[in-house]
Write a protein that binds this ligand. Structure first.
Ligand code: 5GP
Ligand code: MG
Length: 179
């Protein structure tokens, strides 16, 4: 099996570049069907979704804008723990058709934060694209409009996804080898 090692952990090939590119094709085809004659604002969530966003955008037939956002985690004053703030969005969102592009939805909490904050900016519409979804892990009630690939609850790296900062550059996706 093709493997990669990041720090002291071994990851085995899980989704090939061909499977990934096929899934990107399918998401792009759905967007091309749904956004004919529209000119949406794509909001790509950094860091993880940069590769997926680049692959996806080059397949889009409609014209579109692109902006990036990043979630900054910090300790809030309350004991409840981490809050996440969106930084970097300097586009005017009001009245625009927004497409949020994420690499992975796991518990869904991150996406819930993002949607709440983008919704507060009063877009005309908002739809969510996630390349990877872990349905068994998702705890929040959130509509994922476009999903590339559904996976079980395993930790994966590659195609933008990292393990402690490493592994984003792979064209394939690898899964942690547990023994
Ligand atoms: P959430 O649980 O809020 O849906 O996901 C939070 C974040 O956890 C994601 O944006 C992603 O950065 C990270 N994450 C969740 N599952 C995985 C995984 O399998 N691999 C990697 N590399 N990151 C993950
Ligand atoms: Mg992410």
């Amino acid at each position: 099996m093709k493997t990669v090692t990041l720090y002291n952990k071994t990851f085995g090939l899980y989704l090939s570049a061909e499977q990934i590119q096929q899934a990107v094709d399918e998401v792009a085809a759905k967007l091309n069907r749904d956004y004919v004659d529209k000119q949406p604002l794509i909001i790509s969530i950094l860091n993880g979704s940069f590769i997926f966003t680049a692959d996806l955008m080059r397949r889009l037939d409609f014209t579109c804008y692109l902006s990036f956002m990043k979630l900054a985690s910090y300790r809030g004053l309350e004991s409840s723990g981490q809050l996440k703030m969106l930084v970097g969005l300097n586009e005017n969102v009001k009245g625009r058709d927004v497409i949020i592009v994420e690499d992975i939805v796991d518990s869904g909490l991150t996406m819930q934060h993002i949607v709440e904050q983008v919704n507060a900016l009063e877009p005309a519409s908002i739809r969510i694209v996630t390349f990877i979804h872990k349905p068994e892990a998702t705890k929040v009630d959130i509509k994922l409009d476009y999903i590339g690939i559904e996976v079980p609850n395993d930790f994966i790296v590659g195609y933008g996804l990292d393990y402690d900062g490493l592994g984003r550059q792979y064209s394939d996706i690898y899964k942690l080898v547990t023994d």
